[in-house]
Design a binder for this molecule. Structure first.
Ligand code: ACO
Length: 332
């Protein structure tokens, strides 16, 4: 990257989560599980579930509107919109395209990124580098998920883990290259897609009576394997970013991990030796909202004054693919 390329700051944040709260106790009335099992294995106590009228695009539009307001920008000032999601409204057109219209944006570049729970990190990398080309001034980057319709509510090993919601940031070009989104790292190992996937409904297994009977239109996960790989690659993603920039764990003021499981976060804290108090955690209230989890947490961290000017903030994610990544931000 050229030293003369413009910098990119996070000029605004926003989030939207559905009003319907489903506690572990409530879940245990329809699934064979318990609050004790879910909270002790995952840290999750409740999640938000979207109503029938709410979909990935409408939740993403609400988060995006909030982010534009927080950046004091009008819709006509946005010249790029990218949405990270694994639960698009439909296979095509993109959810970004639908949100563009809902928010009344100009006819600007719009596309989705498919990297599951790492999608927001992938989007930050793609969008910040597009902006460094100089062609864009303000970009809306949204992570939005309505995961509840793709969960198998008879599979207690997965349905208790996830929730719906959306988070967003506005990225703005700046001449100051010493702060903002400093760098991103992303990676992928495509050799084991079956560990976490939604097998049906695509070109490999088109929707049919048979695919529906085999419940292939629902998310499938090997939780134990995912757990081990998640810890390893989140650790690597954090270490690579610290080493690239000559930073030590003490230099990081706040780390915002993908909000999947408290035990993954605890293991990550131990392995990279960043004190657990520096990890922002809200998965107890939302569960795993996939690509939305980091932007929702980032917005809450700002609302709670957990981020000050000059702070190094590290985002770290892991997801289906298998994908992973990290983003280093020096807050402006
Ligand atoms: N309630 C009660 N019992 C349950 C539940 C439940 N909700 N789910 C599973 N069990 C039972 C199993 O049936 C099994 O019973 P058995 O021993 O009689 O066969 C027992 O609990 C142990 O099951 P495991 O799956 O081995 O439980 P584990 O300790 O591995 O915990 C968990 C499962 C929480 C899913 C864990 O593996 C995990 O967190 N994995 C990571 C998953 C994750 O975070 N995925 C998302 C990351 S990527 C992304 O965000 C898209």
């Amino acid at each position: 990257m050229s030293r003369t390329a413009p910098g990119v700051i996070i000029a605004g944040t926003g989030s939207y989560t559905p009003s319907r709260i489903v506690t572990n106790e409530e879940l245990s009335t329809s699934v064979e599980t318990s609050d004790e099992w879910i909270s002790s294995r995952t840290g999750i106590r409740e999640r938000r579930l979207a109503d029938d009228g709410e979909v990935t695009s409408t939740m993403g539009a609400k988060a995006g509107k909030a982010a534009m307001e927080s950046a004091n920008l009008k819709p006509e000032q946005i010249d790029l919109i990218v949405v990270a999601t694994l639960s698009p409204d439909m296979t095509f057109p993109s959810t970004a395209s639908l949100i563009q219209h809902q928010l009344g944006l100009r006819m600007v570049t719009s596309f989705d990124i498919s990297a599951a729970c790492s999608g927001f990190i992938y989007a930050l990398e793609v969008v910040s580098n597009m902006m460094r080309s100089g062609a864009y001034h303000h970009a809306l980057v949204i992570g939005s998920e309505k995961i509840s319709p793709i969960l198998d509510w008879s599979d207690r090993g997965t349905c208790v883990l996830f929730g719906d919601g959306a988070g967003a940031v506005v990225l703005t070009k700046t001449e100051d290259i010493t702060c903002g989104v400093i760098d991103s790292y992303t990676g992928n190992d495509g050799s084991r897609p079956e560990l976490l996937c939604l097998p049906g409904g695509g070109s490999a297994i088109p929707t049919s009576m048979e695919s529906l009977a085999h419940r292939e239109h629902y998310l499938k996960m090997n939780g134990r394997e995912i757990f081990k790989i998640a810890v390893r690659w989140m650790e690597q993603s954090a270490i690579i970013m610290l080493e690239r920039h000559g930073l030590s764990p003490e230099d990081i003021s706040l780390i915002i991990p993908h909000q999947a499981n408290l035990r993954i976060i605890d293991a990550l804290a131990r392995s990279i030796k960043i004190p657990r108090e520096k990890f922002f955690v809200n998965l107890d209230r939302y569960g795993n909202t996939s690509a939305a989890s980091i932007p929702i947490a980032l917005h809450e961290a700002r609302q709670k004054d957990c981020i000050q000017s000059g702070d190094y903030v590290l985002l770290v994610a892991f997801g289906a693919g298998l994908t992973w990544g990290s983003t280093l931000i020096k807050w402006h």
